[in-house]
Design a protein around this ligand. Structure first.
Ligand code: AMP
Length: 419
């Protein structure tokens, strides 16, 4: 009977070398950008009690439709994380570290979405969270780190969209105005948005349905309802970004997919990608989240950037290629004396990247593998080299030909050539 053949589940992908190397290089670059700003790495479980994520909002698709949740053997209702802010804030509340607490993360997230280009059921995010201060300059720092990261990847066509969503002092008045406006025009609203309106009028602004657009375009704006204090906060964020030369576009209808956001809210769009998946990152303040997870009232701000989509944007802008995974040296051993075993080990210990051929094949076959590896040098050991305790070093990329060296001279020779 034929064995069944399996494929990666729908909406997931296998990421193989060299793309996996490229993804890791991207994460390393992100770590470099944020660690320079004193953000420390945080790692939380990939699943949590579902209650942690229910705090993200009852009217959000992420919570109502897209969560991978299950009852575990002990009866606990568990969900795979759809995002990381809630988990990080849960960890903050659990451990109560000193503030300001600045952390970064990377890892897979899970959402039961309809898969398409740039939209997966398992995708990778990198992000930061900073808890413990309402200082608008922190908003500027957070946004500037994302902007720096895109710049260091070589992305040039990235637009920063910026808005303020107010907070509990002014949002109720705005929600009332917004709800009144939509109710007055309910006949023009799509059926789904009319349902959303009952739960959270703000979320109607996030509707992508064509039918809703004219009404959304004429809806009251949050910024018109900000208290003087919050308007001042937003103004300082804008001024800080200008001070750092970071261009932004005011986007008064930007609401984002999760309910917990307050005040500064932002999204980054890659202009080189189709609009359906051009959101390559987003974030904002979430000043009420820690309290809703049972912690002290603690302001916080952060962002999450979609690694898979950023790499698509890099492809579209032809930047940040996959780093080379070819070894520096490739050992070809036809001596029959197992020299390659010891030699590759020694080369790796000396800090070189080294690979070798297998199965005692002919010189021609081994050289073919060596060529394919795109190594800079082949180290060849035949019977003559074995007898003379030597190796032949062949330059495979440059034009220095080949030379016979004593085995004891090999490391220092390679150092002059490769370091
Ligand atoms: P969000 O947590 O929804 O604000 O998402 C932050 C970023 O993660 C987005 O800007 C996207 O770049 C990325 N992202 C969100 N959902 C997906 C998905 N299903 N597939 C790939 N990337 C995603």
């Amino acid at each position: 009977m034929a064995s069944p053949s399996f494929q990666a589940p729908k909406g997931t992908r296998d990421i193989l070398p060299p793309q996996s190397t490229r993804q890791r290089a991207l994460i390393d670059l992100f770590a470099d950008v944020v660690e320079r700003a004193s953000y420390g790495a945080v790692s939380t479980p990939m699943f949590e009690d579902i209650g942690v994520f229910l705090r993200l909002g009852e009217a959000t698709d992420v919570v109502t439709k897209e969560m991978y949740d299950f009852v575990a053997k002990d009866g606990n209702h568990i969900a795979l994380r759809p995002e990381l802010t809630a988990s990080v804030v849960r960890a903050f509340v659990q451990h109560r570290p000193a503030t300001p607490w600045k952390v970064w993360y990377e890892g897979p997230q899970f959402r039961y979405e309809r898969p398409q280009a740039g939209r997966y059921r398992q995708f990778t995010q990198v992000g930061i969270e900073a808890l413990g201060t309402s200082d608008p300059e922190l908003d500027v720092e957070v946004i500037s780190l994302a902007a720096d990261f895109y710049k260091r990847l070589g992305l040039e066509q990235v637009t920063l969209l910026l808005n303020s969503l107010g907070d509990a002092t002014c949002r109720p008045g705005y929600l009332q105005a917004l709800e009144g406006y939509f109710r007055d025009n309910i006949a023009e609203l799509s059926e789904q948005s009319a349902l959303t309106l009952d739960i959270n009028p703000l979320r109607v602004l996030d509707s992508k349905r064509d039918q809703d657009q004219p009404l959304i375009d004429g809806a009251p704006l949050m910024v018109e309802f900000l208290t003087p204090e919050l308007a001042e906060h937003f103004d300082q964020v804008c001024k800080g970004l200008e001070q750092l030369g970071i261009a932004y576009t005011l986007s008064p209808r930007l609401v984002r997919g999760l309910d917990y956001y307050t005040l500064t809210t932002f999204e980054f769009a890659a202009d080189a990608l189709d609009t359906a998946q051009n959101a390559i990152g987003g974030g904002g303040r979430y000043d009420g989240l820690a309290e809703s997870l049972g912690g002290p009232d603690t302001p916080g701000i952060g962002f999450a950037l979609g690694v898979d989509r950023i790499l698509l944007a890099c492809d579209a802008e032809d930047t940040f290629p996959a780093p080379s995974i070819s070894p520096e040296v490739f050992v070809v051993d036809v001596s029959g004396a197992h020299v390659s075993l010891e030699l590759t080990h020694m080369l790796r210990e000396a800090g070189f990247t080294a690979d070798r051929a297998w199965d005692n094949r002919s010189m021609k076959a081994q050289m073919k593998v060596s060529d394919r590896s795109e190594a800079a040098f082949a180290i060849i050991i035949g019977e003559d080299e074995l007898a003379a305790d030597s190796v032949t070093v062949r330059d495979l990329r440059g034009d220095s030909g080949q030379r016979l060296l004593k085995r004891t001279e090999l490391i220092s020779y390679l150092q002059t050539q490769l370091r």
